[in-house]
Ligand binder design. Structure first.
Ligand SMILES: *[C@@H]1O[C@H](CO)[C@@H](O)[C@H](O)[C@H]1NC(C)=O
Ligand SMILES: *[C@@H]1O[C@H](CO)[C@@H](O)[C@H](O)[C@H]1NC(C)=O
Ligand SMILES: *[C@@H]1O[C@H](CO)[C@@H](O)[C@H](O)[C@H]1NC(C)=O
Ligand SMILES: *[C@@H]1O[C@H](CO)[C@@H](O)[C@H](O)[C@H]1NC(C)=O
Ligand SMILES: *[C@@H]1O[C@H](CO)[C@@H](O)[C@H](O)[C@H]1NC(C)=O
Length: 202
């Protein structure tokens, strides 16, 4: 989830520094480069999140799995998001456009006439990204993790757990996705095979 319910964000860097002088790994507000945008254009798996905002924490409890494709448009500075969610053992598709702000590294989304923001945190080494939501608000803050592979490495798990603590939440607030519950992957595979077959036939 999360990407489709993106929200208000802050520049948390001062906050993080104040709370955790030794923590230097979560950097928010880094500009987004073309190189990063090309790297973002890929298939992503939702790995887990810690959300205090009620509507988000409820959404991730209803949602079993989510993977999505991002297609970045470097001319118009938009990102197409095509998601496949498993909800109540059913696969649901959705697509939308997100905005991004290169200069301060935020994603944004218009929903119901309101533009909301999330900070993008790039973990290239781990093939992963995090989105940070409302970190300055103790009651609404959230951090979500997405990776290019559904299985999380122990290192990435540790990085995420540490990040959650660094932004002032508890490890126990993290919900990890159970990919055994996914209903969309097989469906997508079948679909791709069908498309291949169709292309083969003149
Ligand atoms: C990031 O930049 C956009 C566009 O200039 C602005 O609307 C938004 O408020 C900025 N966000 C932060 C957290 O500075
Ligand atoms: C990023 O890519 C766009 C589209 O190709 C191009 O117009 C722009 O100059 C690039 N920016 C940089 C900093 O390379
Ligand atoms: C950018 O937006 C314009 C106007 O909406 C559209 O015509 C154009 O196709 C878009 N560019 C890309 C690369 O999608
Ligand atoms: C699909 O996307 C729209 C627009 O972002 C959103 O309002 C709606 O709740 C989404 N549906 C699901 C099932 O995620
Ligand atoms: C933080 O960064 C330092 C230096 O790059 C690295 O040694 C350390 O392992 C990182 N910590 C985490 C939790 O990623």
């Amino acid at each position: 989830m999360a990407l489709y319910t993106v929200l208000v964000v802050l520049s948390l860097l001062p906050l993080l520094e104040a709370q955790n002088p030794e923590q230097a790994n979560i950097t928010i507000g880094e500009p987004i480069t073309n190189e990063t945008l090309s790297w973002l254009s890929d298939k992503w798996f939702f790995i887990g999140a810690a959300f205090r905002k009620l509507e988000y924490s409820q959404a991730i409890q209803t949602m079993q799995t989510e993977f999505f494709y991002l297609t970045t448009d470097l001319i118009n500075d938009t990102i197409e998001l095509r998601e496949s969610l498993t909800i109540s053992d059913q696969c649901v598709y959705n697509s939308t456009h997100l905005g991004f702000q290169r200069e301060n590294g935020t994603f944004s989304k218009y929903e119901g006439g309101v533009e909301t923001f999330a900070d993008l945190i790039v973990l290239k080494k781990h093939g992963a990204i995090m989105l940070a939501f409302d970190l300055k608000d103790e009651k609404k803050r959230g951090l979500s993790l997405y990776a290019k592979k559904p299985d999380i490495t122990p290192e990435l798990r540790e990085v995420f757990q540490k990040a959650v603590k660094d932004v002032g939440m508890d490890e126990s607030e993290i919900i990890f996705v159970d990919w055994k519950k996914d209903k969309c992957g097989q469906q997508e595979k079948t679909q791709l095979e069908l498309e291949k077959e169709t292309k083969k036939d003149p």
